[in-house]
Write a protein that binds this ligand. Sequence first.
Ligand SMILES: *Cc1c(COP(=O)(O)O)cnc(C)c1O
Length: 396
Amino acid sequence: MTHQPGYFGHYGGQYVPDQLKPALQELEEAYLTIRQDPEFFRELRYYLKYYVGRPSPLYHARGLSSYLGGAQIYLKREDLNHTGAHKINNAIGQILLARKMGKKRIIAETGAGQHGVATATAAAMFNLPCTIFMGEEDIRRQELNVFRMRMLGAEIRSVARGSRTLAEAVDDALNYWVQNLEDTYYLIGSAVGPHPFPTMVRDFQAIIGHEARYQILEQAGRLPDYVIACVGGGSNAIGIFTSFLGDAAVQLIGAEAGGINLENGQHAATMTLGRPAILHGCRTYVLQDDQGGVMPVYSISAGLDYPGVGPELSYLKDGGRVKFVPIKDREALDAFQLICKTEGIIPALESSHALAEAMKLAPKLSSQHILLVSLSGRGDKDVHQVAEVLGKQIQQ
Ligand SMILES: *Cc1c(COP(=O)(O)O)cnc(C)c1O
């Protein structure tokens, strides 16, 4: 599928300043080495089992399925992982790699703070100092996650330039990395960025689909008709899709943030409205304005408001193997509330986008059909926001 190392068709690559090339080369070589190393995978399996709590259950959502009156819906419960989402799978994998490479410090950037928390968690467990770059504006908006990261021992570097959000935090993290290549490991949180990150993050998240595939065969005796996942950078999506790419009868659907309005820019529907360009070190679909500048994005869920997407998903979109649909804030909120009531599960607003697509599809299918949905995270982090949007008060 990859025609050239680091490329997925025309997408991917390493569009970075020359100073970064040696670091990416070192990373690629280290990654190729550990891929052949049974000791590395033994260690990884150990932490995924005893620290993260894998395998995560595959759960037949009977209440939801019978409410919708069509296909049977199965939820892959990444929300039950330690720290409440799939991001920890990747954080543990990359920190183990950093240790093999002899790196002494972990850095990461974060917007909503969820990747920062997963990174700070894994760094604390392995006793590695951790610095998280974060825009001043995001620090203000995400004070709970900032406090979590500090409790976990991470240092927060506030970035007070430009929009004071993720874009500037990425620049500063990259700058810091260039100046401290010797001892520093830069931990990217989704299947994005320059090669080898998209491949590496996919491989660390592929456990989701690997488990889900044998679990559905065990429980239902057959493969699903559809696999649905929400798409921010695309790591939980490519993670669950990878094991089903070879099964032509299994349809793969990515649910992206349709936000409030697709016409006036209040969304993050990269696959629906973006065009190929270079963003954060790779060629991929990017939301752009008329001048080709990166568009400001919006979504009700902080984890989905990214103007790009992973290069492998871009390739799979062009080939038609994965379909992408925009889901509106309102639809995600309806799904959020329905899953709470029918299943006793509070889903993350990100995951609610995938659930909303399942809600649309299920009634059109028969009870013989199976939908497998990636429940990428839990929604405890989102209850204040949901209360606000629904006009409800939470007493502090
Ligand atoms: C971060 C996050 C996402 C989006 O990231 P991907 O890389 O697209 O998976 C989705 N769901 C949850 C719960 C998240 O925390």
